[in-house]
Design a protein around this ligand. Structure first.
Ligand code: ADP
Length: 359
């Protein structure tokens, strides 16, 4: 991808400073350009002449591309390159989209410019099929899981045999865990598939209140108090349901890993162009080497402990995915034996290119 951007000066001269770059003929250059899998359009300094490699024709020949619109994007990016700037654009063709390109402008050192076109169709389609598959299979699993869960519950209530009751209880616990995992997988697939389809102006305080409400009974069960420390009124552009889910996941972990009777704190901090939602607890903490990995899918610091707390290993992956979709980030700090602090950072005014918030 960085094909035009990197100048590898060190390889072009030896220790004596003599230029070792092989001199390529114009014909060799042309052949090399035509052998590239990505489309390349080179524009002269004055913007008057243009050369395209054969991959551009191949990309267009595969159909479903509105050539006029394609050329408009090339023109716009060529102008950007001639202005000395680099820019990336993702361009889709068809409704629903069937061809996807990443188009990159690159200024050339002679004052001209280049536009490079990568065909992303296969990659995007593969990702979609994968996401679709996870969503479908998760959905299909829910019904039998529900039935097994119900049967196990009925069996526990109906039997007088303690062995049978114990086995039914194990089935119930495991099937509940399976249900949670399938639920989280489904949620992750939905977020990947829908992206930020439901973006709107959202009152962050209400989001925090909704997330806190969801976790009230879990907190009560452990006599954990959820304390909302800082409560500034702030509106952001976001997918409300996703934010509730992200904050609920952080609170859920904080409660799960907190000792009974402790306090979990949540606060909203507004900075110039960002808002931070901070969730902290007095749990066991997380060792430094795990801190960067806990956001990976199915990564658990202590498998046995996590199993006993009923975790799926997907909660923080969901939080990270949501934060990145919103153009933000999530990070963790922790001191062993003292507790952990998770910070969800979101941009305040504009999120990606979703539109603008009203002031
Ligand atoms: P899980 O469902 O297992 O909680 P998560 O993705 O939410 O999965 O978290 C991944 C792992 O990170 C957990 O298994 C746990 O080891 C660690 N972790 C997350 N939050 C906390 C916390 N507040 N305190 C201590 N460990 C945590």
């Amino acid at each position: 991808m960085a094909f035009f951007r990197r100048e590898r000066k060190s390889e072009s001269s030896d220790v004596t400073g003599v230029d070792q770059t092989p001199q390529l003929s114009l014909e060799q250059m042309r052949l090399a350009m035509n052998a590239l899998p990505m489309g390349v359009v080179i524009v002269s300094k004055d913007g008057q002449s243009r050369w395209t490699n054969s991959a551009v024709e191949d990309l267009l020949a595969q159909g479903s591309v509105d050539v006029e619109r394609f050329n408009k994007h090339v023109d716009a990016l060529a102008a950007v390159a001639l202005g000395g700037e680099s820019r990336e654009e993702h361009v889709e063709f068809g409704d629903p989209a069937v061809r996807m390109f990443e188009m990159v402008s690159a200024p050339l050192t002679d004052g001209g410019g280049a536009v490079i076109v990568y065909d992303e169709t296969k990659q995007v389609m593969t990702d979609r099929v994968r996401t679709d598959f996870v969503a479908n299979i998760s959905h299909e699993l829910r019904t039998p899981i529900g039935a097994v869960s119900l049967m196990a519950e009925n069996l526990m209530a109906a039997t007088e045999d303690t062995d049978v009751a114990r086995m039914a209880s194990v089935i119930f616990t495991e099937v509940t865990r399976l249900n949670d995992t399938v639920g989280d997988l489904l949620e992750l697939a939905r977020i990947e598939f829908d992206g930020l389809a439901n973006t709107q102006e959202v009152d962050l305080v209400k989001v925090v209140e909704e997330a806190t409400g969801r976790l009230r009974s879990a907190a009560l069960a452990k006599s954990v108090m959820i304390s909302i420390e800082n409560y500034p009124q702030v509106m952001i552009m976001a997918d409300r349901a996703q934010l509730v889910s992200a904050i609920s996941n952080l609170l859920d972990n904080a409660i799960k890993f907190s000792p009974n009777g402790s306090i979990v704190k949540i606060s909203i901090e507004v900075l110039d162009d960002q808002v931070k939602i901070v969730v902290s607890d007095n749990g066991p903490g997380i060792r430094g080497e795990h801190l960067t990995r806990i956001f990976e899918r199915f990564y658990r610091v202590d498998d046995a402990r996590s199993r006993s707390t009923g975790g799926t290993g997907l909660g923080l992956a969901i939080v990270r995915h949501i934060s990145l979709l919103h153009g933000g980030d999530v990070s963790a700090e922790s001191t062993l034996g003292e507790g952990s602090r998770f910070t969800l950072t979101l941009p305040l005014r504009q999120i990606g290119n979703m539109g603008e918030s009203e002031d």
